[in-house]
Design a protein around this ligand. Structure first.
Ligand code: DX5
Ligand code: ZN
Length: 224
């Protein structure tokens, strides 16, 4: 069974105290920090650049899971790798040679991941699994660009397909994850859980992280 991990998204942290937001996630027992990079073109919003990853990786010891919502990831992977990313996720919908970009990420000694939007057919990422170009597949359960959106349960079939095809890959789910939605995502085969607004609004983040992890462990692959 792949390890179940919780990844707080610092998009939901207080931007005036981002380092504290990272440290809060680490102290709460989260296994990775999720950093949402948005270029204002691939998605309508603009968020963080490599310097924020540099800050985040310097402020905690846990790994940096960096989600590039950018149109041309191949132009930026080097900067994000040098900044201290541990995993770099690109989108299948980006304008790039996916195989080449994933290989370049691994060539820099980083874990490589592919992400797909809610409306993107799961078949589009099959080559990434068949050729083992990736360590992680991130299934978006909201339309990327903003935190705090409602979980789209219709993506669960895609999680199940990916999990059935590849028991070795980390399957992460991103968008609208909370104490209600985590179980169904886990039941369909997700093992990494990004949670932004739900975790950062908690008074006791440690309890919330433990509860999410427990619910995921109890339900893992139950629906497939
Ligand atoms: C959305 C981002 C998410 C976002 C999740 O574009 O990729 O990582 O931070 O936020 P919540 O958990 O609030 O849906
Ligand atoms: Zn994300």
């Amino acid at each position: 069974m792949p390890e179940i991990q919780i990844m707080p998204s610092i998009l939901a942290a207080d931007f005036g105290r981002l380092a504290e937001g990272c440290q809060r996630a680490e102290a709460a027992g989260a296994e990775q920090i999720h950093v949402d990079v948005m270029d204002g073109v691939f998605v309508p919003n603009i968020s963080f650049g490599p310097d924020v990853v540099k800050m985040s990786s310097a402020s905690v010891d846990i790994p940096q899971n960096v989600h590039l919502m950018v149109t041309r990831p191949q132009d930026h992977i080097k900067a994000f790798a040098s900044a201290g990313s541990d995993t770099i996720l690109i989108h299948i919908e980006a304008k790039c040679d996916v195989a080449e970009t994933l290989a370049a990420i691994r060539g820099m000694g980083k874990r490589a991941g592919i992400t797909l939007n809610p409306e993107t057919p799961v078949e589009s990422i099959f080559p990434c699994l068949e050729n083992r170009w990736v360590d992680e597949v991130l299934v978006m359960s909201v339309h990327p660009g903003f935190g705090g959106q409602k979980y789209l349960s219709y993506v669960e079939g895609k999680i199940a397909t990916i999990r059935r095809m590849a028991d070795w890959v980390d399957v992460s789910i991103d968008g609208g994850i909370d104490d209600q939605t985590v179980a169904a995502a886990a039941a369909h085969g997700a093992n990494l859980f990004v949670a932004g607004s739900y975790l950062y609004k908690q008074e006791d983040m440690q309890a919330a992280v433990s509860n999410l992890r427990k619910a995921a462990q109890d339900n893992y692959c139950k629906a497939i």
